[in-house]
Design a protein around this ligand. Structure first.
Ligand code: TXA
Ligand code: MG
Length: 314
């Protein structure tokens, strides 16, 4: 039996499988089995008011979970699925309430990763999966990240190597009349807007958690992370780490430096982001200073994660 066949059986039996996608690793269970989905919330320590994304293998499998598709959603699905785009759409009765936190809409995407697609096909089930990390923590982009934080709590971890994109999918809601960006992510906003026109950004930039998933203090390392403090203002007696985009200014001022992309490529920066945060978190620093990146393309997702990682929970 192959690893994927074994994993598919675990899903069918109501177990939990961590699996690779092109964005980050997911913690998957049969989306149609409420008890299996409940275990995801338990293992992640995730509040039940934060709904899950359902992963399907193709548009046909999405059709049974959704009441109707707005025309703009259909165009996006055709162009960007499989890929890092999650659409929030009116749900059919088949989707258990625990998946959507009792919202009338379900978040759906087709991941662009052969192992993820094979797992969904072999199990024959849509797979509900959040990122495979404890709630509020840094998302995993390798199987060993998953092993470190959730290891013994999951039934199986499928290893597909490092995730190519490295930040979570873009979440776009069709719950209202016009599409609303809930979370910037692996599919740049510019590409969405060039296909369907203007998209409301209010939910993704608001200081208040308007929509689920806009919770404060997310994607956070354990070490305090602060944004954009000029080197002259650094405390002298502290062990400071730097998360820089390209060349760090005055590297000698820091105990540890991570550079996201020496050449200034936002795609490379996104792919390195979460692993760099984890390495900084392992260095016993007093504080991590992070520099924001250009707010375009994948830079929007990087800046969103850095901003959320920098917020205090109180
Ligand atoms: O790339 C990704 O999206 C990864 C991989 C595993 O697919 N998954 C992921 O899941 O990032 P998670 O649970 O960490 O983030 C899902 C986001 C949350 O912000 C959640 O609130 C939002 O999607 N969401 C899920 N269902 C929703 C719904 N019905 N209405 C509004 N937002 C929803
Ligand atoms: Mg997450």
């Amino acid at each position: 039996m192959t690893d994927i066949e074994k994993a598919a059986e675990i899903i069918q039996e109501g177990g939990l499988v961590a699996f690779p996608t092109e964005t980050v690793y997911g913690l998957g269970a049969d989306a149609l089995n409420p008890l299996a989905v409940a275990r995801i919330f338990e293992v992640k320590n995730r509040p039940q008011f934060d709904p899950l994304i359902v992963h399907v293998a193709d548009v046909r499998q999405a059709e049974i979970l959704v009441l109707k598709f707005p025309e703009k959603a259909l165009r996006l699905m055709e162009k960007f699925w499989p890929g890092p785009l999650t659409l929030v759409l009116p749900k059919s009765n088949l989707v258990p309430d625990i998946v959507t936190s009792s919202l009338p809409n379900v978040a759906i995407r087709v991941p662009n990763h052969p192992m993820a697609l094979e797992l969904i096909r072999q199990s024959g089930r849509p797979i509900a999966a959040p990122s495979a990390n404890p709630f509020g923590g840094v998302s995993p982009t390798t199987a060993s990240h998953v092993r470190q934080s959730l290891g013994s709590k999951v039934d199986m971890i499928l290893d597909g190597g490092p995730c190519g994109i490295g930040v979570e999918s873009t979440v776009l809601s069709f719950a209202g009349r016009e599409p609303v960006l809930l979370r910037p992510g692996g599919l740049p906003l510019e590409e969405i807007q060039s296909l369907i026109g203007k998209v409301s950004l209010e939910a993704a930039t608001s200081e208040k958690p308007l929509a689920p998933g806009q919770l404060l203090n997310h994607y956070a390392p354990r070490t305090m992370l602060v944004l954009d403090i000029p080197p002259a203002d650094l405390p002298r007696d502290k062990k400071i780490g730097l998360l820089a985009f390209q060349k760090p200014e005055d590297p000698s001022a820091y105990a540890w430096v991570e550079v996201l992309s020496p050449s200034g490529d936002l795609r490379e920066g996104a792919a390195n982001l979460f692993a760099a945060m984890r390495r900084l978190d392992e260095k016993n620093l007093d504080v991590i200073i992070a520099r924001l990146v250009p707010n375009e393309g994948l830079g929007r997702a990087i800046n969103d994660r850095l901003t959320k990682a920098s917020r205090k929970s109180n």
